[in-house]
Design a binder for this molecule. Structure first.
Ligand code: MG
Ligand code: NI
Length: 472
């Protein structure tokens, strides 16, 4: 069999290789997206006190520390067997929404907009954020401003931008100050206007992307994510919902502690990244997707006025769930609008400045599961401790893992469509990378490795010889 390998994938968070296997007829027969490093975080934390877990796990990733902190703290709340104070829950939600905005801004404006606005075949030297800034400085300024807003929400709550240790088992460390609330509120009208401008602009470009919409991981799959009691969009709490490709529930909504009824993990010898699948359908038939696209497919409504209007338009794209991962970009912008509106709602709540923000207790349960929606999808932290509160076993299932099967399949679909011959042309390479970027994977999280990893693409022939190889 012939194969093509692409490594490292650029403009995604982390390091990886893509190998495309060709059959005798020169058609792409299989694709593997392979992550190369592992750091053994789950082993490393054994023996540590559980209360260190939120700040320890935040260090697994420089990209999504806030998401890890929240999932971890929720698992720890269960070990304590406490209900956290109402204000603490709202402040954690605010922190998560700040993280959602900064991360979605990074994914859309910095990492994917160069392809979307300059074109997939634009010369690679200037097909990046700086090239985009040169032709459209206002677009770049808006991207920077939006990301900064999200980061400032985090900073105004937690005090530090990177690796805050503000989220703790039982709640948060300190209440919100009135001055911080007012500073965030003052910026919101302009931020909401900015998001609406770029959402409108993005919608106008959809016609140009029909070919990409058609083959960027567009297939039936299950979708998984959190929803709250009323079935509304949820990023911090709630229950797990699984729907099928027609939009029907695949099973009952599950409490976080029941996640193993839905999710099992398979291992393949050629990659460190595991392959979660929907347990009742088996491996690999139980492929599902998580993230912005899944969340909008799952939820009955967003629960904020402007985002709900956008959601109605989004739903009108197709009947049933939106199946193309290309539309994750669209979903990301709607979620960004939702997040800004939701921040405004939360800051208006009368108890948001309440000083009671932390419940204290000792170890009352020996097992805890915490689930939160990271910007890129569902994040599960599951711990077992001994009577002294020392970690005996930990498992983290991250968004990039949940999407692993769908990413493999999406790369195969795009490669099949765009590969022409046995050489890796720039246009093919960039389109395959763009499929991966649409999933917004965090490879640092995937392998629990710290820092950025570099991607290689290889084209492998039927006899195993490498026909072409390209490295970023
Ligand atoms: Mg794991
Ligand atoms: Ni991460």
């Amino acid at each position: 069999m012939k194969q093509i390998v692409i490594e490292p994938v650029s403009r995604i968070e982390g390091h990886a290789a893509i190998r495309l296997f060709l059959d005798e007829a020169g058609q792409v027969q299989d694709a593997r997206f392979q992550v190369n490093q592992v750091r053994g975080f789950e082993q490393f934390v054994v023996g540590r006190p559980f209360f260190e877990m939120p700040s320890l796990t935040a260090r697994t990733c420089g990209i999504c520390p806030v998401s890890h902190e929240l999932a971890s703290a929720k698992a720890c709340d269960q070990l304590l067997a406490v209900a956290i104070p109402a204000a603490a829950g709202k402040l954690r939600r605010l922190l998560n929404l700040g993280q959602l905005i900064q991360s979605h801004a990074l994914s859309f404006f910095y990492l994917s907009a160069p392809d979307l606005l300059l074109g997939m075949d634009h010369p690679p030297e200037s097909r990046n954020f700086f090239g985009l800034a040169a032709v459209d400085p206002q677009f770049a300024r808006d991207g920077i401003r939006l990301r900064q807003f999200g980061q400032q929400v985090i900073e105004r709550l937690a005090g530090r931008r990177i690796h805050p240790s503000w989220v703790v088992p039982g709640g948060v460390n300190s209440p919100l100050a009135a001055i911080a609330r007012d500073a965030i509120l003052a910026e919101l009208p302009a931020i909401i206007a900015l998001i609406r401008t770029h959402l409108d602009r993005f919608k106008q470009t959809l016609d140009c992307h029909q070919e990409h919409i058609g083959v960027f991981a567009r297939f039936p799959s299950l979708f998984l994510g959190l929803v709250n009691d009323s079935g509304t969009l949820e990023h911090y709490d709630g229950r797990l919902r699984i729907i099928d490709a027609a939009g029907a529930p695949a099973g009952d909504d599950l409490d976080p502690g029941e996640y193993q009824q839905a999710v099992a993990e398979a291992v393949e010898p050629w990659t460190y990244l595991k392959f979660p699948y929907y347990r009742p359908h088996g491996y690999p038939d139980g492929m599902y997707r998580v993230g912005p696209l899944a969340r909008l497919n799952l939820a009955a409504r967003c629960g904020t006025e402007l985002a709900d209007r956008e959601l109605a338009q989004f739903r009108a794209l197709v009947s049933g769930p939106v199946l193309s991962t290309f539309h994750s970009h669209y979903a990301r912008l709607i979620e960004t609008l939702y997040a800004a509106e939701r921040i405004e709602q939360l800051l208006a709540e009368p108890d948001i400045l309440d000083a009671r923000v932390r419940a204290t207790a000792g170890v009352n349960n020996l097992e805890g599961v915490g689930i939160a929606e990271a910007p890129r999808g569902t994040l599960i932290h599951h711990y077992r401790v001994n009577g002294d509160g020392l970690i005996e076993w930990a498992n983290l299932i991250i968004a990039t893992g949940h999407n692993n099967l769908a990413m493999q399949r999406g790369i195969l679909q795009a490669a099949h469509h765009f590969l022409d011959g046995t050489a890796i042309r720039e246009g093919l390479l960039n389109r395959i990378e763009a499929v991966i970027r649409a999933f917004d994977p965090c490879l640092a999280c995937s392998t629990h490795a710290v820092g950025a990893m570099p991607l290689v693409i290889e084209l492998v022939g039927p006899d195993g010889t490498i026909l072409d190889r390209l490295r970023r």
